[in-house]
Design a protein around this ligand. Sequence first.
Ligand code: ADP
Ligand code: MG
Length: 336
Amino acid sequence: GPIKQEDLRNLAELGQGNGGSVIKVEYIPTGLIMAKKIVLIDAKPTVRKQILREIRITHSCNSRFIVSSFGSYILDPNICICMEFMDKGSFDGICKRIGAIPINVVGMVAANVLEGLLYLYDVHHIIHRDIKPSNILLNSEGEIKLCDFGVSGELINSIANTFVGTSVYMSPERIQGAEYSVESDVWSLGITLIELAHGRFPFYMEEADDELSAQPDFDADREPEQRDVPDLLAPPLSPASRRRNRRRSKGVSLQGGSTELSILELLQQIVREPPPRLTSSEKDEGKFPKVADEFVDACLIKEQQDRRPPAELLKYEWIEQTLDSGVGMKKWAESV
Ligand code: ADP
Ligand code: MG
C-alpha cells in the first residue's frame, strides 16, 4: 500500500536544501531504510494534488542510474517524497570530506550521469534541470545515481523559496531566460565535473588587485536573501563598479571575508566570460588526461546548439577509456 507518515521513524538528518530537508527514516513495516525529502509547499490543495500526480511519475522510473522513489504524500504544508537511501551521500559532501575526487572516479560520474540523463530523456521525456554535485549520490556498492529531477513544473513554481531554480550550475542560455533543454543539463554536468576534479567550484574573479580569488562554498546556490532580478544583459562591469557592487551586495555574498562574490556577479560572468576548463592554469598542466579535457570542453560549449547531447558524449574517448579501465568503484566508495 501507499506509504503513510505513521509508518516512518526518523533516524537522522541527511541534509538541508533550499527547498526543504532530507531525513534518514526507517519504514517500520519492513525495516527498510529510506531517505525522506520534505518540501515546504506554498500552494492551494488542488495545485498540491497536481504536484503529487507529477511526482508520482518518478515512481515509474526504473534505472540503475536514477535514485528510485517509493512513494510520496502530503503532510500539510509539506510534501514528503520517500526515496532510496544512498549511504555514501552526495558528491558535494564527499568533496567536503576528501577534497578533489580522483579523475577516473570523475569519469565514472560523467558516464553514470550521462546514462541517467539519457534514460530520463528517452524513456520519460524528462529534462533533469538541476544537475549539481548534491544531486549525484553514491552508495557503498559503488553505484552512482541521479536524484531530484524536475518532473514537476508545479512543484518548482510552488516551493516556498523564491530562489529555487537559480543556480551557479546554470547554462548561459538558461541564465538569459531560455527554456531548459537536455543541453543545459550537459553544461551543468561540465561545471560539476570540474568542481569534483579540483575539489572546488570553478568560477573565479579575474581581478588580482585585491586578491579576489572568490571561491563560493558548496552552498553557493542557496542564498535565500537574494531577491534581485539580475540584469544579465547589461554591459560588462568595470573592476571599480564590480567592487562597488560587491560592497552593495554584502549579505548576499557567497562566502564571507575578503573572497566574496555575489551570485549576480557570478551569473554575469558565466554569460560573458569564456567557459571554464578542466585544465585552466599552468600548474594543472598534465594533471588530467587530454581526453578528459576534450570531454569537459564539449560539455561547456557556450552556444547551446553546438553543445553535444548525452548520447554523443557517451561515445567520447574519455568515457570509453574510463569504462574499459574497470574503475574499482565499490572499493573506492567503501574508502570515502
Ligand atoms: P541540495 O540537493 O540542494 O543539497 P536537498 O534538499 O535536495 O538539497 O538535499 C539535501 C542533502 O540531503 C543532499 O545534499 C544530500 O547530501 C542528502 N540526500 C538527498 N537525497 C538523499 C538520498 N536519497 N540518500 C542519501 N542522502 C540524500
Ligand atoms: Mg537535492
